[in-house]
Design a protein around this ligand. Sequence first.
Ligand SMILES: [Cu+2]
Length: 463
Amino acid sequence: MCTLTRRGVLASAGILAGSTAFVGTSAQAREVPDARAPRPGSAAPPGKPSSRRHLRPGIEGRDYKPVVVPNGAKLPWKIVDGVKVFHMVAEEVDHEFAPGLKATCWGYNGHVHGPSIEVVEGDRVRIYVTNRLPAATTVHWHGILLPNGMDGVGGLNQKAIAPGETFKYEFTIRQHGMGMYHSHHDEMTQIALGMTGLFVIHPRRPRGPAVDRDFALLLHEWRIDAGARRPNPNEMTDFNVLTMNAKAFPGTQPLVVRTGQRVRIRLGNLSAMDHHPIHLHGYQFRITETDGGEISESAQRPETTILVPVGSTRTIEFVADEPGDWAMHCHMTHHVMNQMSHDFPNMIGVKPGNLDAKVRKILPGYMTMGTAGMGDMGEMNMPMPHNSIPMMGARGKHDYITMGGMFTVLKVRDRLTSYDDPGWYENPPGTLASLASADDLRRDEVDASKPPRGDDGPRVRRG
Ligand SMILES: [Cu+2]
């Protein structure tokens, strides 16, 4: 062995590009970039991004447990001479955001967002991109460590892909975590129209506790006026459709988990202009990764809301030990509304008197709205403009859910026969907020007409 050159060692280990013979784990262990020993100040493993060294393609089941992409699709691949080969087609896609709201967007392979790419650290990937749009495009692999000429910034790193052309990107995956991909040509238009997707990379040698459920969600925002057929990419501030994996609630599929499972949720944000503070009810989670790599255990902090800035990913983990239907949503309150017009006058507290009757003589069916807020807007059964959805959510188990947009539900159940939607949670007796009885009020001396005064002070009644 000692007479072999370095090249000879690599060749004998079967890990030169193009080789068809692959090697056992001991040789892999020497060649896989080791994220446990990052360069100082960087989460990136050592080695040049232009390195062509790679490992045998990671296979689902053997090398990783697949990520779950609610409402999403995965980009298929095949192996050619040890390289994972993908083919993306940029094209127009008719996409449904929620039942009742469709638009013609730009995406990939019939999907908005594009299908998620899922690979393993050490894989060599070759990704063909065919452009079937009426405009030039490129694809940037966001957060992925690669040679400069594969980075996909139109004009800077490559010629733009003209309509009808097919380009080829090829690089070795040297990291793990969640990145994204998106057009990097006429970014304002093409990202606004949906040309984005997730790029999930599993570690070659996982460490830390294994997760049972691994979800990935891409956040986005759109301007789609009621009745319009296309999102408006010129919008800068007033977005009215806010989505998780390109779905607005009630179009979002729930995240289904068995009680006690360890859960990972990966969140990416390719909105045009807004960061999204995503709040999970019922749990305290830890922030374990960003698109810059793993966060060391001692630096992970507990949170209940995770801010996902534009152009970033954040990964959280927790053990789902409390069953129920738990809301997970953007905490910006306008981001849980659907197709709301924000130039609506403030009607809170307005007393319309007999205005409605007067106006109805001219405008049959007129009704003054919003004087007590928007809470009834979802279920009023107002006549809706063509191709539009109610401003607020959908009927839930107990009442109307007055949130739409960037809202989904984590469903944790003690018993599951599948990960299909298990329906609404049955709250055990005594664990559901309910109407206070007259006996309750009397026992606790609660007078519904008179709130206690601050200077009453605490009183202890001995019975
Ligand atoms: Cu938001």
